[in-house]
Design a protein around this ligand. Structure first.
Ligand SMILES: *Cc1c(COP(=O)(O)O)cnc(C)c1O
Length: 431
């Protein structure tokens, strides 16, 4: 059983006095589930250890980067060796070129790449580049898809199709929101309307090829190809935000898995091996518009940081060598199928969803294929499940809209444990 969380409680009380919500990123405050966020002291393989000495099996993995688990020996060795040589030079290193080449070998659509420091920077810069390349203003994004926190993406759908869009956060200028058309994912008729009414004004279509910030919702069959067709018909730039899916669904990301090519691809998370990295890339003619090869300004003091590049390179080399994707997928399927059976036995309605090693357990009897369906799931049951897992030593993301992630460190014995703990938690929910 858990020890007390008294040290976490004291730290959280101090944190909320000096940091908004006590955190550096909102989801970490546990608002969706209530309760106290444990303060983490260290991590190893599939485990997190909090400041009170509790151990958790980690199903969050820093929201995606740690596909090899925490402190993978190859990654730690690479960072350690890099540390010996210095932490930032304001100059290009040999291994940036090596990482760019490795990314190109995995993603045939990425002939050239620019490294940045976060996924947000990657998507923001990709949209600027698309607008510059097309000389147009409007972008299409899909409801519920997350692309980081830059202004063009913090937009909520208005009442009419692609009209009257509103900023979804105070501080985003209405003019910026007006340039983002928000469509329901999977809606073919909406694509046709946009083509007809706004085709010639469209700079970019940006999409999460697998929605992973709404819980996990796979793309409807053929829909990504339809986006490719819309981009081709209108001359818009198709941007795949593969910040989560890149090197996670397959070595070549969603583009390999679904066989659809993007014009620009945004990467992050896995490519930094747990250090702050993002990247955007695409065909040479597009990327050579970026400064200093071209006129589109974009820069970064710590971009291509040598520690981050080494962590990313080590991670990708292990992935390339071991190709763990089928095993990761089997393990997640086994976990979710087991939980589903336990939920049925306990009389708790659930719907699991998964693509590769990304998954969700939604508390609903209905299939979850739309944004509305994801938002209509039972959040009270989710919060109870979250609490029951946490109390038994499993760290699930504290929101039904965050994915479950597995790593190669989650071996079968660990999965067995998570399964058993989840079964107990679901029995508790059914009572
Ligand atoms: C995490 C995420 C981002 C933002 O990346 P940050 O590094 O947090 O800025 C963008 N797009 C998707 C799909 C993400 O999951």
């Amino acid at each position: 059983m858990m020890r007390s969380r008294s040290r976490s409680a004291a730290l959280f009380a101090a944190a909320v006095k000096r940091m908004p919500g006590g955190v550096s990123s909102p989801v970490r405050a546990f608002q969706a589930v209530g309760g106290l966020p444990p303060f983490i002291d260290r991590a190893e393989g599939p485990y997190l250890y909090d400041v009170d000495g509790n151990r958790y099996i980690d199903l969050v993995l820093a929201y995606g980067p740690h596909i090899l688990g925490h402190r993978h020996p190859a990654v730690i060795a690479a960072i350690t060796a890099a540390l010996e040589r210095g932490t930032a030079f304001g100059a290009t290193t040999a291994d940036e070129v090596a990482l760019a080449e490795l990314i190109q070998s995995a993603f045939p659509s990425i002939e050239m790449v620019r490294f940045v420091c976060s996924g947000t920077e990657a998507t923001m810069s990709a949209v600027r580049l698309a607008r510059a390349a097309t000389g147009r203003r409007l972008i299409v994004k899909f409801e519920g898809h997350y692309h980081g926190h830059a202004d063009p993406f913090l937009v909520a759908a208005g009442s009419g199709l692609a009209t009257a869009n509103q900023p979804s956060s105070p501080g985003v200028p209405p003019g910026t929101a007006a340039d983002t058309l928000v469509l329901p994912p999977g809606d073919y008729a909406a694509l046709e309307t946009v083509r007809r009414e706004h085709g010639s004004e469209l700079a970019a279509i940006i999409v999460e090829p697998v929605a992973a910030n709404l819980g996990v919702i796979p793309p409807p069959a053929g829909w990504l190809a339809q986006l490719r067709a819309l981009a081709d018909a209108t001359g818009a730039v198709l941007i795949f935000d593969e910040v989560v899916t890149g090197f996670r669904l397959a070595f070549g990301g969603a583009q390999e898995r679904f066989g659809v090519r993007a014009d620009l691809t945004c990467l992050g998370k896995v490519i930094g091996g747990g250090l702050p990295v993002g990247a955007y890339g695409g065909a040479r003619d597009l990327m050579e518009l970026v400064a200093p090869a071209g006129p589109v300004y974009q820069a970064g003091t710590l971009a291509g940081n040598p520690l981050a590049i080494q962590a990313g390179l080590a991670t990708l080399r292990v992935l390339q060598e071991t190709q763990p994707y089928a095993v990761l997928e089997q393990r997640l399927t086994r976990l979710l199928t087991g939980w589903q059976a336990a939920a049925r036995a306990a009389g708790v309605p659930v719907t699991p969803t998964a693509v590769g090693s990304l998954g969700s357990l939604f508390f609903t009897a209905e299939p979850v294929t739309t944004v509305a369906a994801a938002r209509a799931t039972d959040r009270v049951q989710f919060a109870r499940f979250h609490r029951a897992l946490l109390d038994r030593g499993v760290f699930l993301a504290p929101s039904p809209f965050e994915a479950i992630f597995l790593s190669t460190a989650h071996e079968d014995a660990v999965i067995d444990q998570v399964l058993a703990i989840g079964e107990e938690a679901l029995q508790e929910l059914g009572r």
